[in-house]
Design a protein around this ligand. Structure first.
Ligand SMILES: [Zn+2]
Length: 170
């Protein structure tokens, strides 16, 4: 918990919020500046500034809840022909509250919004360069001795995936 963080204050009931869902690990409440009606923020109950600091199980719960909220929109009378599910990580990426949060924003035809980075399509990158970048990231992942988490729920069991062998750089 942080003394000054807006979301921590909401979680301590020091600031008002309109909650959609809450359990021991995560909370979901409406964005006070919604892009569209039903725009929801999903946060870990413990203060983490960046999403890669959130324990995997808790982050999995956040994404799972985003799926469930998407399914609930229609029943709730929220217009959501589609949605943008996104997370802005760090101030440079547009993160406005330093408490990691996942957005789920209903979208519909004619809502007047666009998700853009620059307004123009970035130039395509040559395959050779893409392969070099993917190789750098994948070997960094290997050096980190990282294993995808094993997620177990009442109805699901997600095992770690088998490592993908790179075959596209020949
Ligand atoms: Zn916080």
């Amino acid at each position: 918990m942080s003394d000054t963080c807006t979301f921590c204050k909401i979680l301590r009931s020091e600031l008002p919020a309109s909650f959609v869902y809450q359990d021991n690990d995560i909370s979901a409440f409406l964005d006070i500046h919604p892009i569209n009606r039903g725009h929801t923020l999903i946060v870990p109950n413990v203060h983490f500034e960046f999403f890669d600091q959130i324990p995997s199980q808790v982050f999995a719960k956040m994404t799972n809840t985003a799926q469930e909220i998407q399914r609930a929109f229609a029943k709730a009378g929220i217009i959501a022909e589609g949605s943008n599910v996104f997370l802005s990580n760090g101030e440079i990426a547009g993160q406005e509250v330093p408490h990691a949060h996942l957005h789920i924003t209903p979208r519909y035809r004619g809502d007047g919004h666009r998700m853009v980075f620059s307004g123009t399509d970035p130039d395509p990158v040559a395959r050779l360069e893409l392969n070099q970048i993917s190789k750098s990231i994948s070997s960094a992942l290997k050096q980190m001795d990282w294993m995808p988490p094993r997620l177990e729920g009442a109805r699901v069991l997600l095992r770690p995936i088998v490592e993908l062998t790179a075959t596209n750089d020949s």
